[in-house]
Unconditional design. Structure first.
Length: 108
């Protein structure tokens, strides 16, 4: 089970997750951020919760984005322990949306 936190800042809904490399690809993030079939969010932030560092920020389409001021506000609120919602996501649900990273085939 994984805990995902939800925040609302200036009419933007955020999902904040502890760093998890298996979830960090565009199709998986888009599935997680989808309002239909996913949890639903405008942006997804991956953080190192122990050190309070932002690892990456993605939009709802799964594209890595350059952070703006609202993204920093969301990260600061998470570091201080202030969030609006908490989702308990099962391992089974995550296994249904995780898309394996494509393997690079090399010619011999």
């Amino acid at each position: 089970m994984q805990i995902i936190y939800g925040l609302d800042i200036n009419n933007t809904q955020y999902l904040v997750l502890d760093y998890n490399e298996s979830l960090m690809n565009s199709r998986t993030i888009a599935s997680l951020a989808a309002y239909r079939g996913g949890i639903g969010a405008d942006k997804v932030i991956f953080m190192d919760m122990v050190n309070g560092a932002v690892i990456a920020i993605y939009n709802a389409e799964g594209q890595n984005t350059v952070p703006d001021m609202d993204d920093f506000k969301a990260a600061r609120k998470m570091i201080s322990g202030s969030f609006s919602r908490e989702y308990h996501v099962t391992d089974y649900y995550l296994s249904t949306i995780v898309v394996e990273k494509e393997l690079i085939k090399t010619a011999c």
